[in-house]
Design a protein around this ligand. Sequence first.
Ligand code: GLU
Ligand code: MG
Length: 462
Amino acid sequence: MDGDERDRMAAHAARLVPDLEGLAGVALGWVDTSGITRIKTVPVPRLEHAARWGVGMAPCFDVFLLDDSIVSGQYIGGPVGDLRLHPDLDRLVRLAALPGWAWAPVTRYTQEGTVHPMDSRSLLAREVERLADLGWSVRGAFEIEWSLSEDDGTDHFVPACKGPAYGMARLSELSGYLRDLLEALAETGVSIDQLHPEYAPGQYELSFAAEDPVGAADTAVLIRETIRAVSLDHGLVASFSPKVLADSVGNGGHIHLSLWRDDPVEGPVNMMTGGHGPFGLTAEGEAFAAGILGRLSALLAIGAPTVSSYLRLIPSHWAGVYGCWGLENREAAMRLVTGAIGDRGRAANIEIKCFDEAANPYLALAGLLATGRAGLAAKASLPEPIAVDPASLSDTDRIRLGIELLPESLDEAVAAFERDDVLAEALGPEVIDTVATVRRGEIALFEHASPEQITESTRWRH
Ligand code: GLU
Ligand code: MG
């Protein structure tokens, strides 16, 4: 970052300040390795200074575990050093659910003015550019599931509603809360596709329209913090933890992706439909999907990144624990969604079901884009699609069809992650080492813990 860029950022902030009339401060947020959004805030009159010079924050937050204990890796660790948080002013937004506050995601720079190698938002932006250089763009969206609890003054989970899965009763019980949530999201400028009661006790879900990958990750962060704030306003507590109760269905963080080619005549064309491959996939759409599918074991270390993720990843819970794909198959790790006939050019996409919301959404998407790009380069093809719950097949049939169970523990996923050449190249040695260090730190944290103890101590962290 040079002087001219600092001038531009400061001028941009100065232009924004009049629109921030009535606000007290701006939260400058980023997501750490363990998937927790960390912030510094500045009062509005200080925004211009923050835009020019950034705001200091220690690099050791990259090696924070989900319980705020700190480990040390080969590249990051210890109390020494500082980074500068620079707000992305194009994404600055008033937080309707937190009156008086705005939020902006940041890019983390070193004091020398270069982007910090652990800045996951920049890593994702770089993957977007790499695909753009090849003529591709990606659209993505996250499904946000949360478990809503009453606040009984303890750390227990007490479902905030009693109605059945997908039941109208769950809307009737909490219609004021859900109305306030939709209103707050609309006021925050987030465009929601749908909201519904989910399967598990007290669980709800909402989904939003696909956008560019960095925008989608920003939106996922913004939605979660909005849900959290509206819940607290109603005396309720929201959990985005992969597993809130040891014996229940978990919270997924499914990611939807579609690959698009920028056609000079037709404009952007969705490669997940309109082709001659299975279910209308184009050869390129298939290659992109196959690149991801073939590396899901490694990707789990960033998509299902914590010990409790593996309490969620169990067969026949719609979490997609088998490394296979299928048309609208909710037990496959990769579900092809075509949408209704007539709408497929807009709607067709692949859904990665095995990921959860402990994932840093920027890092998770960066990994998906990098492995998709590797699939494109290799002209990879998909195995046979699977049209049943793989758990219902015999071992022999699963072997015959090449269906493997994805890693059943974080340990296994980290080992696959460290072996993966595509992720090593895309993310760089600092990220690989830091992710592995943090994961091993969390594995050690829960080494002797029962599923109940794990869910109890991680329930309110994400
Ligand atoms: N809650 C399920 C999960 O853990 C997903 C349910 C669904 O398919 O929406 O991923
Ligand atoms: Mg769901």
